[in-house]
Design a binder for this molecule. Structure first.
Ligand code: OFO
Length: 171
């Protein structure tokens, strides 16, 4: 049912999602090192969500009898010279992932692969959420993060983020 191009794009997307998890763990570690454990927690939860995205794509491929090829995950090549840089970088990264999901959607649409389009609908919505969350975090940082009391409060708010399993469940 799934054509080889879609299979190849989905395989690549698994790698991108796992890289996203790796990137966010790197950002999380940076904030923990800086003593900002709330920011560290926020990115750690983000990494868990990215792992879930990869797992969902793998499940979808397995449900359709397709072989999964796991590629090498590159190391996040990152040094952060201030607390705002990871926030900006994560928004850029989400925009890149959105483009990648849309690209798979385009291929599914062009080949009338309605099943994959329906599967990807959740990811299209999720990317909207992820970009919004990143934008809000940048905005909050710009408003409060440059003042030490504001940064303390924002860090406490981010410490409260908890992991929740994705709303999409594949049998
Ligand atoms: Fe998987 O959504 Fe972010 O990258």
């Amino acid at each position: 049912m799934l054509n080889e191009k879609i299979v190849s794009l989905l395989n690549d997307q698994i790698n991108k999602e796992l890289f996203s998890a790796y990137l966010y763990l790197d950002m999380s570690n940076y904030y923990y090192d800086e003593g900002l454990d709330g920011f560290g927690n926020w990115f750690k939860v983000q990494a868990q969500e990215e792992r879930d995205h990869a797992m969902l794509i793998m499940q979808y491929m397995q449900n359709n009898g397709k072989k999964i090829s796991l590629g090498e995950i590159k190391a996040p090549n990152t040094t952060y010279s201030n607390h705002k840089i990871p926030l900006d970088e994560s928004l850029k990264h989400e925009q890149y992932i959105t483009e990648s999901i849309h690209n798979i959607y385009d291929s599914a649409y062009n080949t009338k692969d309605y099943r994959t389009m329906q599967f990807l609908d959740w990811f299209v919505m999720e990317q909207g959420e992820e970009e919004k969350n990143s934008e809000e975090l940048i905005r909050k940082y710009e408003l409060f993060g440059t003042d030490s009391k504001g940064l303390y409060m924002l860090n406490s708010e981010l410490a409260a983020r908890v992991y929740t399993a994705p709303s999409l469940v594949l049998e």
